[in-house]
Design a protein around this ligand. Structure first.
Ligand SMILES: [Mn+2]
Length: 407
C-alpha cells in the first residue's frame, strides 16, 4: 500500500499582497502528474487546505479542480482530507457524506467516533484515522465529558484520552492523519517561518501516537520528522514567507506500508514556479551582482544594507528584476544610521529606549524641533498596543484619526 502525504496547501494565500493562486495551480498540476506517474492508493492532505476559514471564490475553485483532477487521474485512488486550524470545520465538511461515496473522505469536526477509511492490499486491511485539528475543549465536548471537572487541560493528555477512546487495534496497520503542534519531550518542531499560530496551539507529544505505524502531520511548514521517522510533517508545498526561503526543498512524502511495522519513506521534490530568494547587500553592489545573476522567474525580497529605500532605488530594482521575469515583492532596508557607533548610546540603548522617546525624536526631526502633541502620542500608543496584542488594524485606526481631523 502506498500513499502520498502533503499538508498546509493554504490555497488562497498571498505573499506581500501578491496572490499565489497561479503558483498553487502550477503546484497542483505537478502533483496530479506525480499521482498519474506513481499511482498511489491514496493521497492524504493533513490540514490547512485553505489559508482562511472563509476562502475566496478562486481558492474554492482551485481546490475543486485539484480534487477533481486527482480523482480523475486514477479510478482506484482515495483522497483523504482533514481540516487544519486555518480551515472552517463546517465549511470544509460540506457534502462530506456524499463525497465519501466518490472516494473523497473529508473530516472537518472533532467527532466522538473518529472518521476512518479502510483500504485493503495483499497484507490485509489498513485503517486511515482522520483527526482534524483539535484542542482539549473540542475533545471534551466530542466525548460528551462536559461535566467532567477533571478532564485533561493539556493537548497531550486530551489527545491521548481521545485516541484511547477510539479502540485503535494495536495489532492491525494504522495510519493517523492529524494537524497539530507535535512536540518531542517538550521540544517543538522547527518552524518553516510562514506558520501563523492562530490563537496559540498547545503541543501534543509524539508519544501519544504510539499505536500508529505512520502519522501524517500538518501544521509546521518545514518538512521534518518528530520523535521518530514515521511521525512526520510533510511541510507546505511552497515557501509562503521569505523567512522560509532557508528551506527551499518542498515536496511530498511517499509512504509505503508492507506487513505490520514495515514502513518505507521517500521525499519527492516538487519545484515551484517561482523560487523565493532574499537578496541583501549595499545598493550598488546588489545592482551589479543581480545584473550578472542568471536566475530568472523568482520572487525576491531585497534588503538594502547601506541606505534607506527611496523611490529611485525601488524603481531601479523593480525594473531590473522585471526584466529577468522575476518580481521584487519586498524592498526594505536594514540600514540603521542611529545605531552607528558615533550615535549616543548605540544600538543597545536604542533597543531599551521607550517607544515615546523614539517617537519624540522622530517627530522633532520632521517638525523643526517641536515635541509631538498629545493626540499624536495617544495614536502611536494605541497602534503599538494593537501590534503587541496581535490585533492590528492600522487602517481603521488611521481612518478614525482622519475622520476626527475632518470634523
Ligand atoms: Mn499551516
Amino acid at each position: 500500500m502506498k500513499f502520498l502525504h502533503v499538508a498546509d496547501l493554504h490555497f488562497g494565500k498571498t505573499l506581500q499582497g501578491k496572490s499565489l493562486l497561479a503558483d498553487q495551480r502550477g503546484w497542483a498540476e505537478k502533483f496530479i502528474a506525480l499521482v498519474k506517474e506513481i499511482r498511489p492508493d491514496a493521497v492524504v492532505v493533513a490540514g490547512d487546505v485553505y489559508d482562511r476559514a472563509a476562502p475566496s471564490g478562486e481558492a474554492v475553485e482551485l481546490l475543486d479542480r485539484f480534487l477533481t483532477g486527482l480523482l480523475d487521474a486514477d479510478e482506484r485512488l482515495s483522497v483523504l482530507l482533514v481540516a487544519g486550524n486555518h480551515d472552517s470545520p463546517q465549511r470544509l465538511s460540506f457534502g462530506a457524506d456524499i463525497l465519501a461515496k466518490q472516494r473523497l473522505h473529508i473530516a472537518g469536526k472533532t467527532a466522538r467516533a473518529m472518521k476512518r477509511v479502510v483500504l485493503h492490499d495483499a497484507h490485509g486491511p489498513l485503517t486511515f484515522w482522520l483527526m482534524p485539528f483539535t484542542f482539549p475543549a473540542a475533545i471534551q465536548q466530542a466525548l460528551g465529558a462536559e461535566e467532567d471537572a477533571d478532564f485533561p487541560r493539556t493537548y497531550t493528555e486530551a489527545v491521548a484520552r481521545y485516541l484511547a477512546s477510539q479502540d485503535v487495534p494495536p495489532a492491525a496497520r494504522n495510519v493517523l492523519v492529524a494537524h497539530q503542534n507535535v512536540t518531542c519531550n517538550g521540544r517543538e518542531a522547527e518552524p518553516g517561518g510562514s506558520e501563523t499560530m492562530v490563537g496559540g496551539v498547545g503541543g501534543v507529544d509524539a508519544a501519544a501516537f504510539a499505536a500508529f505505524d505512520y502519522v501524517a502531520l500538518g501544521h509546521i511548514h518545514k518538512a521534518q520528522a518528530v520523535g521518530r521517522e514515521t511521525v512526520r510533517y510533510a511541510g507546505s508545498p511552497l515557501c509562503y514567507h521569505f523567512d522560509e526561503a532557508r528551506w527551499p526543498d518542498k515536496g511530498a512524502v511517499l509512504v509505503e506500508l508492507g506487513a505490520k511495522g514495515a514502513v518505507s519513506l521517500e521525499r519527492i521534490p516538487l519545484a515551484p514556479l517561482h523560487p523565493l530568494r532574499v537578496a541583501e547587500g549595499a545598493y550598488e553592489d546588489l545592482l551589479a551582482a543581480e545584473k550578472e545573476n542568471p536566475a530568472r522567474g523568482e520572487y525576491v525580497k531585497v534588503v538594502l544594507a547601506d541606505r534607506r529605500v527611496g523611490p529611485e532605488e525601488a524603481d531601479a530594482l523593480r525594473a531590473l528584476f522585471e526584466a529577468k521575469g522575476s518580481v521584487a515583492l519586498e524592498i526594505v532596508s536594514s540600514f540603521r544610521p542611529f545605531s552607528a557607533p558615533s550615535a549616543p548610546g548605540g544600538a543597545h540603548a536604542a533597543a531599551e529606549r521607550p517607544l515615546d522617546a523614539d517617537f519624540a525624536a522622530f517627530w522633532k526631526a520632521f517638525h523643526g524641533g517641536t515635541d509631538p502633541d498629545a493626540r499624536s502620542l495617544a495614536l502611536l500608543r494605541e497602534a503599538a498596543r494593537q501590534v503587541e496584542t496581535g490585533r492590528t488594524d492600522l487602517a481603521a485606526l488611521l481612518a478614525t484619526a482622519c475622520a476626527e481631523d475632518a470634523e
